[in-house]
Design a protein around this ligand. Structure first.
Ligand SMILES: [Zn+2]
Length: 407
């Protein structure tokens, strides 16, 4: 029988999670052609028909789609480790802000950092994410909070993604917080967001979505409505931070405006849950490492949302102040512990769920024929071990667009 050349053969998997109901159940191998998934099957059969240019021995591990982190704040210059001690001493969010900590301290550092240095730091963050199996990500600005510094952040993010070789889906988060100079003139900052920043970002084509933090001390629902309606008018998708600490009606607004996702939900109200269930379109973004990091007792009601048929993803929320982890496997562990999600649900949340929330489900997040050949090989005997261990990186091989990538 004649064979055809293929870019890569991955063989020897104990289990392949493909999210493809058509895939042969006994498949232990994957064929990649031109950066795309060509076929799943059994090694002996595939070798009769394909001659691979490269091979990866999965060595009895678990093969899955490359991880997609759908909620990340990677454009920061320095961490905020000192605040971690302040929190341990019992200081709350407001006291930390009064000592010069919080989001606005990160803003100060991003503004003071030149683009070349910021680029180096963001590349480091992206490499840390990749080391844990992340092959694509949604990345937010939001630590510039001026037209110039938000544009700088988004430009640096795009450059870092290209340099590291990670596909980045950028989101403008100029409405993360009111910058210090607008603390007492919030309407003027909203004017700036709607009349200058959103149009400038649109003109440069450097963000696909706009995001806003709806919370006490950040933006009100009325302010968010104005910002979001302007963003929609300009053609941005919406991804929204809401119900993290307080029920303000941000979830209901997100659903009403057809947002792609509404994230956090630790304080989700019954009305908000019902709105999400009825719509069935706006994804719930689960970020279980954030309440862990913030020593918050409340968790997003993931079981109720999943049972109500709400689409969902799971992400790291990687940022210096409230979730300092670049690791999706770690987020998955916290999803299993704090949100009572199953191994299958957390793996779905960081692959096909994440892809769906970004409108990428045709080509990412699964191993169906024609999908991007982004894959992870995990040193785990089966799916049930995913998110079981913590503090340990299960990644043993990383494949991006059919190429084996060192990590
Ligand atoms: Zn966030």
């Amino acid at each position: 029988m004649s064979t055809q050349p293929c870019q890569l053969l991955i063989f020897g998997a104990a289990e392949i999670v493909s999210w493809d109901s058509q895939a042969p159940s006994a498949a232990d191998s994957v064929v990649v052609v031109d950066g795309k998934i060509a076929e799943l099957g059994q090694e002996a059969d595939l070798r009769q028909r394909w001659s691979p240019l490269a091979e990866v021995d999965a060595a009895g591990g678990l093969v899955a789609p490359g991880f997609i982190d759908a909620h990340v704040h990677p454009v920061f210059a320095v961490g905020r480790a000192e605040e971690f001690d302040w929190r341990a001493q019992g200081m709350d969010y407001l006291e930390i802000a009064a000592r010069g900590g919080g989001i606005l301290s990160t803003v100060q550092h991003v503004r003071a950092t030149d683009p070349e240095d910021l680029f180096d730091t963001v590349c480091t963050h992206l490499r840390r994410m990749r080391r844990h199996g992340t092959t694509s990500m949604e990345g937010k600005s939001g630590y510039g909070l001026s037209t110039q510094d938000e544009l700088k952040s988004l430009q640096v993010l795009a450059q870092a993604g290209a340099a590291v070789g990670m596909e980045v889906f950028p989101t403008f988060l100029g409405a993360h917080m009111f910058p210090l100079e607008y603390r007492d003139n919030q309407e003027a900052y909203l004017d700036l967001l709607c009349n200058e920043m959103l149009p400038a970002v649109k003109e440069q084509g450097i963000a696909r979505a706009a995001d806003i933090f709806i919370e006490q001390g950040a933006f009100s629902v009325a302010q968010a409505r104005r910002y979001c309606e302007r963003a929609i008018e300009l053609g941005f998708k919406l991804r929204i931070h809401a119900d993290q600490f307080h029920q303000l009606g941000g979830v209901e607004l997100a659903v009403e405006l057809g947002a792609e996702s509404v994230d956090h939900l630790e304080a989700l109200s019954d009305a908000g849950l019902e709105a999400m269930a009825i719509s069935g379109k706006t994804y719930a973004g689960f970020l279980p490492t954030a309440p862990h990091f913030l020593r918050q007792k409340e968790n997003a009601p993931a079981r109720k949302l999943i049972q109500a048929g709400v689409p969902y993803f799971l992400a790291t929320d990687f940022n210096p102040g409230s979730s300092y982890t670049p690791s999706l496997p770690e987020a998955a562990h916290f999803g299993r512990i704090r949100l009572n999600m199953t191994a299958e649900e957390v793996l779905f949340g960081i692959t096909l769920g994440a892809a769906g929330s970004l409108g990428l489900e045709q080509r990412k997040g699964h191993l169906r024929r024609g999908a991007d050949a982004d894959l992870v090989v995990l040193d785990l005997p089966d799916l049930f071990h995913f998110g079981y261990a913590f503090g340990e990186n299960p990644l043993s091989q990383l494949i991006c667009k059919g190429d084996v990538v060192p990590f």
